[in-house]
Design a protein around this ligand. Structure first.
Ligand code: MG
Length: 248
Protein backbone atom coordinates (compact mmCIF):
# COMPACT_ATOMS: atom_id res chain seq x y z
CA UNK A 1 0.00 0.00 0.00
CA UNK A 2 1.44 3.36 -1.07
CA UNK A 3 -0.17 6.43 0.43
CA UNK A 4 1.16 9.49 -1.36
CA UNK A 5 2.30 12.54 0.57
CA UNK A 6 1.52 15.44 -1.77
CA UNK A 7 3.60 18.58 -2.10
CA UNK A 8 2.08 22.04 -1.69
CA UNK A 9 2.15 22.41 -5.48
CA UNK A 10 0.31 19.13 -5.98
CA UNK A 11 -2.29 20.04 -3.38
CA UNK A 12 -2.88 23.32 -5.23
CA UNK A 13 -3.69 21.27 -8.35
CA UNK A 14 -6.03 18.96 -6.44
CA UNK A 15 -7.68 22.07 -4.97
CA UNK A 16 -8.21 23.42 -8.49
CA UNK A 17 -9.96 20.19 -9.54
CA UNK A 18 -11.97 20.25 -6.30
CA UNK A 19 -13.16 23.81 -6.81
CA UNK A 20 -14.48 22.82 -10.23
CA UNK A 21 -16.55 19.94 -8.84
CA UNK A 22 -17.76 22.16 -6.00
CA UNK A 23 -18.93 24.79 -8.49
CA UNK A 24 -20.47 22.05 -10.65
CA UNK A 25 -22.68 20.84 -7.80
CA UNK A 26 -23.60 24.43 -6.88
CA UNK A 27 -24.70 24.97 -10.48
CA UNK A 28 -26.53 21.61 -10.70
CA UNK A 29 -28.36 22.24 -7.42
CA UNK A 30 -30.11 25.20 -9.03
CA UNK A 31 -31.40 22.95 -11.83
CA UNK A 32 -32.90 20.24 -9.62
CA UNK A 33 -36.68 20.64 -9.88
CA UNK A 34 -39.44 18.09 -10.46
CA UNK A 35 -39.52 17.26 -14.18
CA UNK A 36 -35.85 17.60 -15.04
CA UNK A 37 -34.07 14.43 -16.16
CA UNK A 38 -30.71 13.09 -14.98
CA UNK A 39 -29.50 13.16 -18.60
CA UNK A 40 -30.21 16.89 -18.79
CA UNK A 41 -28.25 17.44 -15.58
CA UNK A 42 -25.40 15.35 -16.94
CA UNK A 43 -25.19 17.40 -20.14
CA UNK A 44 -25.06 20.67 -18.18
CA UNK A 45 -22.40 19.31 -15.82
CA UNK A 46 -20.16 18.15 -18.67
CA UNK A 47 -20.46 21.51 -20.44
CA UNK A 48 -19.62 23.33 -17.22
CA UNK A 49 -16.57 21.19 -16.40
CA UNK A 50 -15.17 21.50 -19.92
CA UNK A 51 -15.77 25.29 -19.85
CA UNK A 52 -13.36 25.39 -16.91
CA UNK A 53 -10.66 23.66 -18.94
CA UNK A 54 -11.10 20.39 -17.06
CA UNK A 55 -12.34 16.94 -18.07
CA UNK A 56 -15.10 14.96 -16.41
CA UNK A 57 -13.25 12.70 -13.97
CA UNK A 58 -15.55 9.68 -14.24
CA UNK A 59 -16.39 9.60 -17.96
CA UNK A 60 -14.53 6.71 -19.58
CA UNK A 61 -12.92 5.66 -16.30
CA UNK A 62 -13.37 1.87 -15.91
CA UNK A 63 -15.81 2.29 -18.84
CA UNK A 64 -18.27 4.56 -16.99
CA UNK A 65 -20.40 6.35 -19.62
CA UNK A 66 -21.27 9.72 -18.03
CA UNK A 67 -20.05 12.83 -16.22
CA UNK A 68 -22.28 12.46 -13.16
CA UNK A 69 -23.47 9.56 -11.09
CA UNK A 70 -27.12 10.31 -10.32
CA UNK A 71 -28.78 8.00 -7.82
CA UNK A 72 -32.45 8.45 -6.92
CA UNK A 73 -34.10 7.29 -3.66
CA UNK A 74 -33.22 3.57 -3.22
CA UNK A 75 -30.27 3.94 -5.59
CA UNK A 76 -27.18 4.33 -3.40
CA UNK A 77 -24.43 5.36 -5.84
CA UNK A 78 -23.26 4.99 -9.47
CA UNK A 79 -26.66 5.62 -11.02
CA UNK A 80 -26.20 6.16 -14.77
CA UNK A 81 -28.02 9.33 -15.92
CA UNK A 82 -31.22 8.42 -17.79
CA UNK A 83 -34.28 10.21 -19.19
CA UNK A 84 -36.70 9.42 -16.35
CA UNK A 85 -38.01 12.72 -14.94
CA UNK A 86 -37.22 13.47 -11.29
CA UNK A 87 -40.33 13.65 -9.13
CA UNK A 88 -41.40 15.81 -6.24
CA UNK A 89 -40.46 14.14 -2.94
CA UNK A 90 -37.51 12.15 -4.28
CA UNK A 91 -33.94 12.52 -3.08
CA UNK A 92 -31.09 12.45 -5.54
CA UNK A 93 -27.42 11.77 -4.81
CA UNK A 94 -25.07 13.35 -7.32
CA UNK A 95 -21.39 12.41 -7.47
CA UNK A 96 -18.97 14.26 -9.74
CA UNK A 97 -15.26 14.08 -10.52
CA UNK A 98 -12.97 16.35 -12.50
CA UNK A 99 -9.46 16.05 -13.89
CA UNK A 100 -7.25 19.07 -14.56
CA UNK A 101 -3.46 19.38 -14.91
CA UNK A 102 -3.22 15.66 -14.11
CA UNK A 103 -5.02 15.80 -10.75
CA UNK A 104 -8.50 14.75 -9.64
CA UNK A 105 -11.23 16.18 -7.43
CA UNK A 106 -14.22 14.15 -6.19
CA UNK A 107 -17.40 15.43 -4.53
CA UNK A 108 -20.95 14.25 -3.84
CA UNK A 109 -24.12 15.54 -2.19
CA UNK A 110 -27.68 14.36 -1.78
CA UNK A 111 -30.33 16.88 -2.82
CA UNK A 112 -34.08 17.01 -2.40
CA UNK A 113 -36.41 17.22 -5.40
CA UNK A 114 -39.22 19.63 -4.51
CA UNK A 115 -40.63 18.89 -1.07
CA UNK A 116 -39.40 15.81 0.80
CA UNK A 117 -40.72 14.19 3.98
CA UNK A 118 -39.12 14.55 7.40
CA UNK A 119 -37.65 11.03 7.34
CA UNK A 120 -35.69 11.80 4.19
CA UNK A 121 -34.65 15.17 5.59
CA UNK A 122 -33.26 13.41 8.64
CA UNK A 123 -31.39 10.84 6.52
CA UNK A 124 -29.74 13.64 4.52
CA UNK A 125 -28.82 15.61 7.66
CA UNK A 126 -27.34 12.61 9.46
CA UNK A 127 -25.36 11.46 6.39
CA UNK A 128 -23.86 14.94 6.05
CA UNK A 129 -23.10 14.82 9.76
CA UNK A 130 -21.39 11.43 9.30
CA UNK A 131 -19.08 13.04 6.75
CA UNK A 132 -18.22 16.05 8.92
CA UNK A 133 -17.65 13.89 12.02
CA UNK A 134 -15.39 11.65 9.97
CA UNK A 135 -13.41 14.63 8.66
CA UNK A 136 -12.83 15.76 12.27
CA UNK A 137 -10.93 12.48 12.78
CA UNK A 138 -8.69 13.04 9.75
CA UNK A 139 -5.76 14.52 11.68
CA UNK A 140 -2.07 13.62 11.79
CA UNK A 141 -1.41 10.75 14.18
CA UNK A 142 -4.89 9.28 13.93
CA UNK A 143 -5.54 6.18 11.84
CA UNK A 144 -7.92 5.46 8.97
CA UNK A 145 -9.99 3.31 11.34
CA UNK A 146 -10.75 6.46 13.38
CA UNK A 147 -12.41 8.01 10.30
CA UNK A 148 -14.28 4.78 9.55
CA UNK A 149 -15.49 4.33 13.10
CA UNK A 150 -16.78 7.91 13.32
CA UNK A 151 -19.07 7.33 10.32
CA UNK A 152 -20.34 4.00 11.60
CA UNK A 153 -21.02 5.28 15.11
CA UNK A 154 -22.96 8.33 13.93
CA UNK A 155 -25.01 6.35 11.39
CA UNK A 156 -25.84 3.36 13.58
CA UNK A 157 -26.71 5.49 16.62
CA UNK A 158 -29.41 7.00 14.38
CA UNK A 159 -30.66 3.55 13.40
CA UNK A 160 -29.31 3.66 9.86
CA UNK A 161 -27.47 1.04 7.83
CA UNK A 162 -23.88 1.65 6.68
CA UNK A 163 -23.03 0.45 3.18
CA UNK A 164 -19.90 -1.69 3.45
CA UNK A 165 -19.39 -2.70 -0.19
CA UNK A 166 -18.11 0.72 -1.28
CA UNK A 167 -15.45 2.83 0.37
CA UNK A 168 -13.71 6.21 0.37
CA UNK A 169 -10.20 6.46 -1.00
CA UNK A 170 -6.98 8.33 -1.46
CA UNK A 171 -7.01 10.73 -4.42
CA UNK A 172 -4.42 12.53 -6.53
CA UNK A 173 -3.09 11.63 -9.97
CA UNK A 174 -5.58 8.76 -9.91
CA UNK A 175 -9.21 9.06 -8.87
CA UNK A 176 -8.88 6.04 -6.61
CA UNK A 177 -5.62 5.63 -4.72
CA UNK A 178 -4.61 3.97 -1.46
CA UNK A 179 -5.76 3.89 1.24
CA UNK A 180 -9.27 2.49 1.14
CA UNK A 181 -11.43 4.35 3.65
CA UNK A 182 -14.35 2.13 4.75
CA UNK A 183 -17.35 3.68 6.44
CA UNK A 184 -17.14 1.16 9.27
CA UNK A 185 -14.28 -0.01 11.46
CA UNK A 186 -12.41 0.05 14.73
CA UNK A 187 -10.68 3.12 16.16
CA UNK A 188 -6.89 2.98 16.24
CA UNK A 189 -6.63 0.52 13.33
CA UNK A 190 -5.38 0.89 9.75
CA UNK A 191 -2.77 3.18 8.21
CA UNK A 192 -1.53 6.20 10.11
CA UNK A 193 -2.68 9.59 8.83
CA UNK A 194 0.04 12.11 7.92
CA UNK A 195 0.15 15.69 6.70
CA UNK A 196 0.12 15.90 2.90
CA UNK A 197 -2.21 12.94 2.38
CA UNK A 198 -5.34 13.57 0.31
CA UNK A 199 -8.54 11.60 0.84
CA UNK A 200 -12.05 11.38 -0.57
CA UNK A 201 -14.29 10.48 2.37
CA UNK A 202 -17.77 9.36 1.33
CA UNK A 203 -20.34 7.86 3.68
CA UNK A 204 -23.19 6.01 1.95
CA UNK A 205 -25.97 5.63 4.50
CA UNK A 206 -29.21 3.66 4.16
CA UNK A 207 -32.42 4.59 5.94
CA UNK A 208 -33.04 0.88 6.45
CA UNK A 209 -30.77 -2.15 6.41
CA UNK A 210 -27.17 -2.04 5.09
CA UNK A 211 -27.63 -4.56 2.26
CA UNK A 212 -27.13 -3.49 -1.37
CA UNK A 213 -27.08 -5.08 -4.81
CA UNK A 214 -25.88 -3.95 -8.24
CA UNK A 215 -28.40 -3.59 -11.07
CA UNK A 216 -28.02 -5.42 -14.40
CA UNK A 217 -26.43 -2.28 -15.93
CA UNK A 218 -23.34 -3.28 -13.94
CA UNK A 219 -23.12 0.10 -12.17
CA UNK A 220 -26.18 1.23 -10.23
CA UNK A 221 -26.01 0.15 -6.59
CA UNK A 222 -29.41 -0.08 -4.84
CA UNK A 223 -30.62 -0.90 -1.35
CA UNK A 224 -31.93 -4.45 -0.99
CA UNK A 225 -34.87 -3.34 1.15
CA UNK A 226 -35.89 -0.61 -1.32
CA UNK A 227 -35.55 2.17 1.25
CA UNK A 228 -33.77 5.44 0.44
CA UNK A 229 -30.03 6.04 0.76
CA UNK A 230 -27.91 9.20 0.96
CA UNK A 231 -24.31 9.98 -0.01
CA UNK A 232 -22.00 12.88 0.80
CA UNK A 233 -18.36 13.19 -0.21
CA UNK A 234 -15.61 15.73 0.28
CA UNK A 235 -12.04 15.65 -0.95
CA UNK A 236 -9.74 16.75 1.88
CA UNK A 237 -6.06 17.20 2.55
CA UNK A 238 -4.34 16.63 5.87
CA UNK A 239 -2.38 19.52 7.37
CA UNK A 240 -0.42 19.68 10.64
CA UNK A 241 -3.44 21.54 12.04
CA UNK A 242 -6.03 19.02 10.87
CA UNK A 243 -8.12 18.37 7.79
CA UNK A 244 -8.69 21.02 5.17
CA UNK A 245 -11.75 20.48 2.96
CA UNK A 246 -10.89 21.20 -0.68
CA UNK A 247 -14.43 20.83 -2.08
CA UNK A 248 -15.88 23.72 -0.12
MG1 MG B 1 -15.13 8.99 -4.44
Amino acid sequence: EVIHIRSTGEIQKILKACQIVKETLDMIQGLIVPGITPLELDTEAEKFIRSKGAEPGFKGLYGYPATLCISVDDEVVQGIPNDRRLQDGEIVSIDVGSLIDGYYGDHAKTFSVGKIDSKKKMLIAVTQDCLMTAIDQAIPGNRIGDISHAVQKKAESNGYGVVTELVGHGIGTKLHEDPQIPNFGKPGTGPKIEAGMCFAIEPMINMGTPGVYTKKDGWTVCTKDGMPSAHFEHTITITEDGAKILTI
